[in-house]
Ligand binder design. Structure first.
Ligand code: ADP
Ligand code: ZN
Length: 679
């Protein structure tokens, strides 16, 4: 048995390291194999040979999984980077690299429509000057380089992507296009299908396992040359990759928030590095992470400043919802005239809706309901309370005290507004359903559709909604931000943001950035097809905080000003992208035990910092109760690590967790590197 070799195998189990197995036959790195693990049989990915003999009994690999060829080397490197960077078991990372079903499973005739519709092909549009310039400068690159395509809403970014892909295909290479799950609309797939016909494959959450498996093989066996998908499409190994595009790169949904907590955008850039191909990140509201990289010269910046065909950007008007202290006769008349309006609808928005609808155009009202903590505002001055240490909103607990979820700062909640000393702080509850009901009463005879997670649950629902918006069957669309992206409706002329403030008060240092993005993106749906000379689209923003940074910059379409201002604020407190953040969530069913473990973790962190000078710059925040302090029966605490020494974050976190044997049974500690949300 002299040719028996030892191999490192990443097995499908929550083990921090790969295991060692023997095998008497030739084997290659990247091969999927079947191995014994305890009494179970599991899949494993071969990482490579080893001559380190472990101090436990070595078992033999059962067999090679003949269905799959070894994964490409660059792809293997990428999987290893993911496991290393995000501190996640390599065996579990590896499992994502294979389709859910066997290729050989019987194909049943499916009644579902094809994943990629068969459509008449269209022809290229003539690129605008700006588009050509961006296309030319990006397409000069053939090796790894990262590009930010920063283009205002409706500036024709997608057309630039299509051209770049066309060029890549003509050079015999292939392309990968990542979009947020929610933007992966039938509209978007159709647009690609019209241009590239049957060269397209798609991967997204609405597919069945069978469809997913087939799409995967279509790419891997080279029948298709462009893969368009949500973040998980990255896990489909594409050889000859010539271009990776990440559209709406700022979207938080690129971050997976369970298991392997990777950011699809960052992982895409790393993929481009491993595969040595250009990566294009596109957005009208780039994330500050990406923007900083562009400003620092790490990414190439390409800008589309104008909408195509001289279409105007929408006019943005801000309505201040704070109660007016105005007893004049005139004001009384206005109040009288509009007394039938619900509290959330200003006379201005109401009048504008009438105008647009009377012309036969469409209106859309958006309400960001993402806020979990009930919003508390002073109706007189718009005041909301922030943590004196962390600059994030305090969250109300049990109607009695306000808490900072970063550093655990507490104070009593007083209903009298501490700012203007006049108003009484109020909790506001408002949802899309209420808005829909009120509108039905105010606009009888108009067709209203509601689009939120309760109403739109499948691709078919969304397709149906899009079709009804396009045909003009729907007059008023009411929805959450889930529908605010990527949609392009010619007759949509008015967008109303019912209560822009909902996002401001999230206990998250990114709340202002998110609000700016949402306001800009939602506004960007208005008037996308107005012709030269025609009135531009209209946006009305209702708010209690008219002077909020996210509003003042958004109303002037001033992303760059916003980014500069916000980056300064981030820098003052070393928040990303200036500093680095790692979050540890401690959870379990027993509150006392969770709290004790959180305390233990914090003590370990302080000890580690004291021991090693290279961890000098690390700040330890908390432990504190997580904003969602109890979820599905689990109590949740968190500890945050903040540092301006980017390179220290990963080794510190690794050492802090250690072998994890110190964690009491029944308690889980989940690590999140570069967290997007700290709920
Ligand atoms: P973005 O992705 O930047 O929001 P899109 O690529 O969706 O913008 O383009 C907005 C609209 O402009 C689409 O309806 C698209 O078909 C159209 N469009 C894009 N480029 C051109 C062009 N060069 N000439 C005419 N129309 C264009
Ligand atoms: Zn704080």
């Amino acid at each position: 048995m002299s040719d028996v070799q030892l191999w490192r195998v990443a097995v499908d189990a929550p083990l921090p390291e790969a295991l060692t197995y023997s095998f008497a036959h030739p084997l290659k790195r990247g091969q999927l194999v079947n191995v014994p693990l305890g009494r179970r049989k599991v899949k494993g990915l071969v990482l490579g040979p080893t001559d380190k003999v472990p101090d436990f009994e070595i078992k033999s690999i059962d067999s090679i999984d003949e269905e799959y060829s070894p994964l490409p080397e660059a792809f293997m490197k990428w999987l290893e980077w993911l496991a290393q960077y995000y501190i996640h078991p390599i065996g579990q990372v590896a499992q994502s690299a294979f389709p859910p079903l066997k290729k050989t499973d019987k194909q049943r005739q499916s009644k579902r429509p094809p994943v990629i519709p068969k459509l008449e092909s269209d022809t290229n549009l003539n690129l605008t000057e700006e588009q050509s310039a961006c296309f030319e400068s990006i397409s000069q690159h053939h090796n790894f380089s990262t590009h930010l395509l920063f283009g205002v809403t409706g500036s024709g970014k997608t057309e630039v992507y299509l051209r770049l892909l066309e060029k890549v295909l003509s050079e015999g290479k292939r392309g990968l296009v990542l979009v947020p799950e929610i933007s992966l609309t039938p509209q978007l797939i159709q647009r690609f299908a019209r241009r590239f016909g049957d060269k397209i494959a798609a991967l997204h959450s609405q597919l069945t396992d069978r469809e997913r498996t087939n799409q995967w093989w279509d790419i891997v066996e080279g029948r298709k040359s462009i893969l368009i998908g949500a973040r998980s499409a990255l896990f489909c190994p594409i050889e000859d990759l010539g271009l990776i595009i990440v559209d709406e790169e700022h979207e938080p949904s690129f971050k997976q928030d369970e298991k392997l907590k990777y950011n699809g955008r960052d992982a895409a850039v790393m993929m481009g590095k491993m595969m040595n191909c250009p990566v294009v990140l596109g957005s009208a509201t780039p994330s500050l992470e990406t923007w900083k990289n562009a400003v620092d010269g790490k990414y190439h910046l390409h800008t589309l400043r104008h909408r195509v065909a001289n279409r105007a950007l929408p006019e943005i008007e801000v309505i201040d919802l704070r109660k007016q202290k105005d007893d004049s006769e005139e004001q009384k008349k206005i109040v009288e005239k509009y007394s039938h309006l619900p509290f959330w609808l200003s006379p201005k928005l109401y009048d504008r809706m009438h105008e647009v609808l009377d012309r036969g155009d469409q209106a859309a009202l958006f309400l960001n309901r993402r806020g979990i903590a009930q919003m508390v505002v002073c109706p007189a001055c718009g005041h909301t309370r922030e943590c004196p240490n962390c600059d994030i909103s305090l969250t109300l607990h049990a109607h009695s005290h306000l808490i900072c979820h970063y550093c655990d700062y507490h104070e009593n909640f007083k209903t009298k507004c501490p700012d203007c000393k006049e108003g009484q702080l109020e909790a506001i509850g408002l949802g899309t359903e209420l808005v829909e009901t009120d509108l039905a009463r105010l606009f009888p005879g108009k067709t209203i559709a509601r689009a939120d997670r309760d109403e739109i649950q499948s691709r078919a629902d969304l397709e149906d909604l899009v079709q009804k918006m396009e045909s003009g069957e729907i007059d008023i669309l009411v929805g959450t931000q889930m529908i605010a992206k990527g949609l392009d409706f010619p007759k949509l002329k008015l967008v109303g943001l019912v209560l822009a403030d909902v996002g401001f008060n999230l206990p998250d240092f990114r709340a202002t950035e998110r609000s700016f993005q949402l306001i800009t993106q939602m506004s960007g749906r208005a008037g996308r097809h107005v012709q030269e000379g025609e009135a531009p689209g209209m946006v009305i923003i209702q708010t209690f905080n008219a002077e909020h940074d996210s509003i003042t910059f958004a109303r002037n379409h001033d992303f760059e000003g916003f980014a500069k201002h916000e980056l300064e604020i981030r820098g003052q407190l070393s928040y990303p992208p200036v500093g680095r953040l790692v979050s540890f969530r401690i959870q379990g069913t027993h509150l006392g035990k969770v709290e004790d473990t959180a305390g233990l973790l914090a003590r370990r962190a302080h000890a580690l910092k004291a021991q090693f000078p290279q961890y000098n710059s690390i700040e330890i925040l908390g432990p504190a109760e997580a904003p969602l302090s109890k979820l599905r029966g689990q109590f949740r605490f968190h500890l945050l690590i903040k540092t301006t020494q980017v390179a220290a974050a990963n080794p510190f976190s690794r050492q802090l967790l250690g072998d994890q044997e110190w964690i009491p049974s029944g308690i889980k500690i989940l690590i999140d590197i570069d967290p997007m949300s700290l709920l």
